[in-house]
Design a binder for this molecule. Structure first.
Ligand SMILES: Nc1ncnc2c1ncn2[C@@H]1O[C@H](COP(=O)(O)OP(=O)(O)OP(=O)(O)O)[C@@H](O)[C@H]1O
Length: 528
C-alpha cells in the first residue's frame, strides 16, 4: 500500500493496484476516470448501473492512499459481503456494526486513533455516524490528517429512507458541516437516483459544485432484455385465477428458454449442467411460499422462498446455496436435475445481491417503486451476458397497488408528531407516488424503447446537462433517443424494439384498460 499523509504523492500506477490487489484484468469504462477524480481529492458523485463495479471506485483510492476511508452502508449483509471480499484479497478493512463485539470495537478504535491507522477502509452504518463518541473520534482522526475520504454506498437511501425510518441518513450532513478544515472529500455512489433524489443527496451531503465531479452510465443495462407481459384482468366469474394465468405464462416462457438451450447445446444440456438461476419478486411473504411450492413441483424447476419472515440462518443458507457458482443439482425424491434454480423472494432480497449468473428476474406484480424495479431487475446478467427482466402487468394490479399507496399516505396524514416530522413523512409519500407513477409509465408505454424509457425516467439526460462524464458510446453511453424500430437503440433488447410498436400495442390490448393512463394519474394526484 502507498504511504505518506492522505492522498498519494506520485501519480499511482492504477493498473498495478487493479491487478495486484483486486485481481482484475482491466478497468471497466469510466472506472479509471472516477478513481482518478477521487485520488485528486474531488468530491465524486457516481450514478452507474447495477453491477457496474461502483465499490471499486472508492475501494481502490482507499487502498492507494494512506489514512482511513469511512464507508457508509445501509445493510449488514451488504457490508459483510464487501468486507469479506476485501479481507480475502488482503486489504486492511474493518467494520463496526451491531454484531461487532466490544473488545473488537476497542481495537478498531485504537487503530483508528493511532495517528497512522493500518485500516484503510472502515465500514459503518449511518446510525453509528450519528453518535457523539464516533463523531468525536472522527474529528480526532481528521485533525491528525488521517481521514482520507467518506464514501456513501447506495446513496439514494439518503433520500428514500432519510425522511422517515432511517433519519440518520439526513444527519450525514454533519461531515461537510463539521470536518471542513480542510473539507474531507466525499464520494456518493448509487445505481438508482431520480433527479429529485440526486438533488437531495447533493444537498444533504453539501457537495460543492466547484469541487464535485459527476459521472454516470446509462441507468438501463445494455445486456438486459426488458419486457412487460400484459395479463387480462380477472373477473369473479372466470374459472381461472390471476395466479394461474401468470404461472402458466411463466412455465411456457421457461419451456421456450429450455428448448432453445437444448437446441443450442445438443446432448450437452444434461444432468451435469448448472441450473439457470432466476429470481421471481413477489409482494407478500405468503405468495413467496405458495409460488415457490408451486414452481418447485415442476420437474425442471427447483424453487425456494425467501422473505424477511424466515429465520436469519435460513436466509443466509438459502442465499449462500443459491449464490454458489455451481448450484446443487441433485435433489431429494429422485427428481431429475433441474434446468432452473429459482428464488421466489420479497424485496427483502435485493440491493447488493451479487450473484453473477442470474439469467432472469421476474416481477410477479408491478413493482411499487421505479428505483426498486431497476435495482431488482439489475440483479440479472451481472456477468455481462444476456439476461431478461420481465414484469407481469394488468390494470387491476396497477390500481390495487395505487390504492395501497393512497392508504399509506392517509395513515401518514393521520399520524401524530412534530410538524417537521410529518412534513418529512409526507415528502417521502409524495416521492413514493412519483416513483410508482414511473413504474406505470414504464409498463404502459408502447411507443418507446424500454432502455431509452428507463434513461428518461431516471433523468439521465439531466445528468449529461450537469456535465456528468460518461463512458464512450461502445458501452452504450451515447444519447439513445431512439423511437425508430429499424435502428433499435438497444440492439433489440426490449419488447418494443423486438416486436415493434403495433405488435406490442396489440399484446397490450389483451389487458382490459378500464381507465386511461391519464385518468389514473389524475386519480393518484387527487389523493395527495
Ligand atoms: N474492472 C473490473 N473487472 C472485472 N470485474 C469487476 C471490475 N470492477 C468490478 N468488478 C466486479 O463486478 C461485480 C459488481 O461490482 P459491485 O458490487 O461494485 O457493483 P455495483 O456497481 O455496486 O452494483 P450494485 O449497485 O448492483 O450493487 C463485483 O463482483 C466486482 O468484483
Amino acid at each position: 500500500m502507498a504511504s505518506g499523509g492522505g492522498l498519494p504523492q506520485r501519480k499511482p500506477d492504477l493498473d498495478f493496484y487493479l491487478h495486484r490487489v483486486f485481481r482484475k484484468k482491466s478497468f471497466r469504462p469510466l472506472q479509471r476516470e472516477v478513481i482518478l477524480a477521487a485520488i485528486e481529492g474531488h468530491d465524486v458523485f457516481l450514478q452507474a448501473s447495477t453491477s457496474f463495479g461502483k465499490s471499486l471506485c472508492f475501494q481502490l483510492p482507499a487502498v492507494i492512499s494512506s489514512g482511513l476511508t469511512i464507508v457508509i452502508c445501509p445493510l449488514l449483509a451488504l457490508m459483510t459481503d464487501q468486507v469479506n471480499a476485501l479481507q480475502a484479497i488482503g486489504v486492511p478493512v474493518q467494520t463496526i456494526n451491531s454484531s461487532t463485539a466490544l473488545a473488537e470495537r476497542r481495537l478498531i478504535m485504537a487503530d483508528m486513533l493511532s495517528g497512522h491507522p493500518r485500516t484503510r477502509l472502515l465500514y459503518v452504518t449511518p446510525e453509528l455516524c450519528q453518535t457523539d463518541s464516533f463523531r468525536r473520534n472522527l474529528s480526532i482522526v481528521h485533525r491528525q490528517g488521517q481521514l482520507t475520504r467518506v464514501a456513501i454506498d447506495e446513496a439514494h437511501c439518503i433520500s428514500e429512507w432519510g425522511h422517515d425510518f432511517r433519519p440518520a441518513y439526513q444527519e450525514l450532513s454533519w461531515f461537510r458541516k463539521n470536518l471542513d478544515n480542510p473539507p474531507v472529500p466525499i464520494t456518493a455512489v448509487t445505481a438508482t437516483a431520480t433527479p429529485r433524489v440526486r438533488a437531495d443527496i447533493i444537498n444533504v451531503l453539501g457537495l460543492n459544485f466547484a469541487r464535485l465531479k459527476l459521472f454516470n452510465t446509462p441507468s438501463a443495462r445494455p445486456n438486459i432484455h426488458y419486457e412487460v407481459r400484459y395479463l387480462a384482468n380477472y373477473d369473479e366469474d372466470d374459472d381461472f385465477s390471476p395466479e394461474d394465468l401468470r404461472v402458466d405464462d411463466l412455465l411456457a416462457w421457461l419451456k421456450t428458454v429450455k428448448r432453445r438451450q437444448e437446441a443450442r447445446l445438443g446432448g450437452q444440456a444434461s444432468a451435469s449442467r448448472t441450473p439457470m438461476s432466476g429470481i421471481v419478486y413477489v409482494g407478500l411473504r405468503a405468495t413467496s411460499e405458495e409460488l415457490a411450492h408451486r414452481l418447485d413441483s415442476d420437474e425442471s424447476i427447483s424453487a425456494v422462498a425467501y422473505h424477511a419472515g424466515l429465520k436469519a440462518q435460513d436466509r443466509v443458507r438459502i442465499q449462500a446455496m443459491w449464490t454458489a457458482p455451481r448450484v446443487q443439482v441433485q435433489r431429494n425424491g429422485g427428481k431429475p436435475p433441474p434446468t432452473f434454480s429459482i428464488i421466489v423472494a420479497t424485496n427483502a432480497f435485493g440491493m447488493g445481491i451479487d450473484n453473477s449468473h442470474v439469467r432472469f428476474v421476474v416481477h410477479w406484480t408491478p413493482p411499487r417503486s421505479f428505483e426498486g424495479f431497476v435495482q431488482e431487475s439489475g440483479r440479472a446478467g451481472r456477468d455481462g451476458r444476456a439476461a431478461a427482466s420481465i414484469v407481469y402487468y394488468n390494470t387491476q394490479e396497477r390500481d390495487r397497488i395505487a390504492d395501497r399507496l393512497s392508504r399509506d399516505a392517509e395513515n401518514v396524514r393521520n399520524r401524530g408528531g412534530s410538524k417537521a416530522f410529518v412534513a418529512g413523512l409526507l415528502k417521502n409519500q409524495m416521492a413514493r407516488r412519483e416513483s410508482y407513477e414511473k413504474v406505470v409509465r414504464y409498463c404502459e408505454s408502447v411507443s418507446k424503447c424500454r432502455h431509452a424509457l428507463i434513461k428518461d425516467l431516471f433523468g439521465d439526460y439531466e445528468l449529461e446537462e450537469m456535465g456528468s462524464q460518461q463512458p464512450l458510446p461502445a458501452y452504450g453511453g451515447s444519447k439513445a433517443q431512439g423511437l425508430d424500430h429499424a435502428t433499435s437503440p438497444c440492439d433489440f433488447a426490449c419488447d418494443f424494439c423486438k416486436e415493434g410498436p403495433s405488435a406490442l400495442a396489440r399484446r397490450k390490448s389483451k389487458m382490459d384498460v378500464g381507465q386511461a393512463l391519464y385518468e389514473f394519474m389524475v386519480d393518484m394526484s387527487m389523493d395527495y
